[in-house]
Design a binder for this molecule. Structure first.
Ligand code: GFB
Length: 314
């Protein structure tokens, strides 16, 4: 029997997870399947930047709920090297998906923004109201502007058409399926790779970028996916909502934690010629906690699962 919970997803709702290969998209699929949702799908080779392909997909598959977890991402170096690619990809995908969701009367859409949408010198932990109150971090301004455009587009559709499009702002996600490339990855994947390679090649030291002082809030991707399902069912207002874990650490502490999980016994050196990026990014999670959601995995557990996955895959 189908249970009707107002705006909530039903077990047989048609659910489209946009981003078939992304870290977060894959984790949302896993979470939906685990929870028993039986009609979930992603694009099958369609180009998300091609509006006629996306229009056809919506017309044929008729999704009722959409998780928008697509768009190019990358760590600090990728943001410096490819600002145009990152910006264009994210803008086009947001425009195409959000407009098709309106055209085909999607009941509800969740757009995933990024914590780099907050101003560089934001008061910490960052509250949702702080968006657009100051200048952005220069190393990721192009990507951040694209993400802010996506947030504002959801709000504009809500205001003009009454569309139930909501926005989640995730902390820095990591987990199985992450990009482990040498230069373009985010810090967790990069340090797992560097320390693993140093261990197996018997190297004595590993280089960590920057001063080690910046602080980041990390969320294990299965917790993030769980938070996405939770707000799809329990949050209906156009103001963004932070999706964090409360686990804020300095890069130095993160590097030590990864060293232990990987079992690397050499030393860690800091290359201060590399950029630090935003000094602190930590989210105020009171909104989602007050609704009744909290994360399950500790940083250590998340790192161990991610490292096991990395060892099997690489
Ligand atoms: O993960 P990350 O690239 O993302 O870097 P951001 C976080 C911090 O780790 C920075 C330091 O201070 C880096 O300098 N770090 C140390 C390293 N060693 C490494 C390394 O080997 N690789 C990497 N990548 N970092 C991105 C944004 O910023 O975060 C994006 O550029 C996006 O726009 C994403 O929002 C979530 O948190 O600095």
């Amino acid at each position: 029997m189908t249970v009707n919970r107002g705006n909530a997803m039903n077990i047989d709702s048609s659910i489209y997870v946009v981003g078939e290969n992304t870290l977060i998209g894959v984790a949302i699929h896993r979470a939906l399947e685990r929870a028993g949702y039986c009609k979930t799908f992603s694009e099958k080779g369609e180009d998300l930047k091609n509006v006629s392909q996306i229009d056809r997909l919506f017309r044929e598959r008729k999704p009722e709920f959409v998780f928008l977890a697509a768009g190019k991402t990358g760590g600090i170096a990728a943001n410096i090297k490819y600002p145009a690619d990152l910006m264009l990809d994210n803008l086009l995908i947001a425009c195409n998906i959000i407009e098709c969701a309106r055209r085909y009367n999607v009941k509800k859409l969740l757009y995933l923004a990024s914590s780099c949408s907050y101003p560089r010198d934001c008061a910490q932990p960052m509250k949702e109201e702080a968006l657009l109150t100051g200048l952005l971090e220069p190393t990721n301004v192009a990507y951040a502007v694209a993400k802010i455009a996506g947030i504002k587009l959801c709000q504009a559709y809500k205001s003009q058409y009454g569309s139930n499009f909501i926005v989640g702002i995730p902390a820095n996600a990591f987990g199985p399926g992450d990009d482990f490339s040498e230069e373009d990855s985010h810090v967790v994947a990069a340090l797992i790779r560097k320390m693993h390679e140093a261990k197996v090649n018997d190297r004595k030291q590993v280089e960590v970028w920057g001063t080690g002082n910046p602080q980041r809030e990390f969320i294990f991707v299965d917790d993030l996916a769980d938070a996405c399902l939770f707000i799809m069912d329990n949050y209906d207002t156009p103001e963004p909502i932070n999706l964090g874990s409360g686990m804020a650490f300095s890069i130095r502490d993160l590097a030590e934690a990864i060293r232990e999980v990987v079992g690397f016994n050499g030393s860690i050196v800091y290359d201060t010629s590399k950029p630090d990026g935003m000094p602190i990014k930590s989210l105020d999670n009171s909104k989602i906690r007050d609704l009744g959601w909290s994360p399950y995995f500790s940083l250590r557990e998340g790192l161990a699962i991610t490292y096991n996955w990395y060892r099997k895959e690489y």
